[in-house]
Design a protein around this ligand. Structure first.
Ligand SMILES: [Fe+2]
Length: 364
């Protein structure tokens, strides 16, 4: 057993799993007794031929993708799964001795937490800088976006004339009184969205916006994005804000009840005449004390190839970040849109303020 497997095997929290990617395909990857034998075929030392990926993303297609990387490069991917906060804590506590090469997670707010915890090392890569748009990566190379999701207006066309819709800002207008439903302010997607509004308008104006927005709620915030979409279809509210991939996922569900929901909910991309719709990412960065830093960069570069982009985005019905890579047909059916091209790294420092503004504005 290699040092990595053994250490996780002996000292691992039960919430985390470490699995060789090849084993994920046969075992559900949820058993530490299946920790891989990392000493297998590679004749070289432990610091070549493998990369240790700590990830809070869990999709089967991701696993296939990692196998593709191994086939292409001979570098084995050891996957350690857990929630973002667990993984951040783990890497922090492992310090200089960490085996983590890459931390991958969703939402810039979580990448910001990791950044604040001092986990990432700056990476300079011509490939990453060319392939990942500047607005979707940290300016110092601490992390890079690999898929993109948009948080947009979803509405019931029986209740809303799309001509009434325009911007996020407009949702504070009294014409929407009693018509908006949304999940709680504790949700990280909402926090990142409000952080983007602070970036665009400042704290004071955003607080005013939150107050007006909250005054238009049809009910106290509850549930998740999928719940809001279902409830818009059921008439609990006329509009909500949700991430595009949730509606795409529902659209691909064969269940007839789900199909009925999807027929009753339409997408509107806000702020198309201005800065564009709010987007966020799945992203990853190289860990400061990565034992296989070179392989880590190779892996991140591989994620920007056309094939990997298509595959990785498909895993969660997201948009590729690389220009020109084909978009999933269901997402395509939502239409093309202008995305806010403010560097999303700017939202991180606004997050604490965003939470305060939401609290003061009465967003439960
Ligand atoms: Fe999500």
């Amino acid at each position: 057993m290699s040092k990595l497997s053994r250490r996780l095997f002996l000292g691992g929290s039960t919430a985390l799993t470490v699995v060789g990617v090849s084993q994920l395909m046969t075992s559900c990857g949820n058993n530490n007794n299946n920790a891989p034998d990392n000493t297998s075929s590679s004749p070289a030392t432990e610091t070549t031929g493998e990369v240790n990926l700590y990830s809070s993303r869990h999709y089967n297609t991701d696993t296939e993708l990692y196998e593709g990387f191994t086939q292409e490069t001979g570098i084995k991917v050891n996957l350690v799964e857990g929630s973002a906060d667990e993984l951040i804590e783990r890497i922090k506590s492992e310090g200089d001795n960490t085996q983590a090469d890459i931390l991958m997670t969703v939402d810039v707010a979580r990448l910001w937490r990791a950044e604040e915890a001092g986990i990432f090392a700056p990476t300079s890569s011509a490939v990453l800088e060319e392939r990942v748009p500047a607005s979707l990566r940290n300016p110092e190379g601490l992390w890079f976006g690999f898929t993109k999701r948009a948080r947009v207006i979803m509405y019931n066309p029986d209740k809303v004339n799309p001509e009434e819709l325009s911007t996020y800002e407009d949702l504070a207008d009294p014409k929407w009184k009693g018509r908006i439903i949304i999940r709680p302010s504790s949700n990280i997607y909402n926090q990142s969205l409000v952080a983007s509004l602070i970036e665009a308008h400042g704290e004071e104006q955003t607080e005013e916006w939150v107050k007006g927005f909250v005054a238009n709620f049809a009910r106290p915030p509850q549930s998740n994005d999928t719940g809001q979409i279902k409830d818009v279809a059921a008439g609990a509210g006329d509009i909500t804000l949700a991430n595009t991939y949730y509606l795409a996922r529902m659209a691909k569900d064969d269940d007839s009840a789900m199909q009925e929901v999807v027929e009753k909910v339409k997408i509107f991309f806000p702020n198309q005449d201005g800065r564009g719709a709010h987007v966020n990412i799945s992203g990853a960065g190289v860990v400061k004390n990565a034992p296989n830093a070179e392989n880590a960069v190779k892996f991140l570069e591989y994620l920007t190839t056309d094939t990997a982009q298509e595959f990785f985005a498909k895993g969660n019905n997201e948009y590729p970040v690389v220009e020109g890579v084909s978009v999933d047909p269901v997402l395509d059916s939502f239409g093309s849109f202008k995305a806010d091209d403010t560097n999303i790294a700017a939202f991180g420092p606004n997050l604490a303020q965003a939470v305060q503004v939401m609290n003061r504005g009465g967003w439960q």
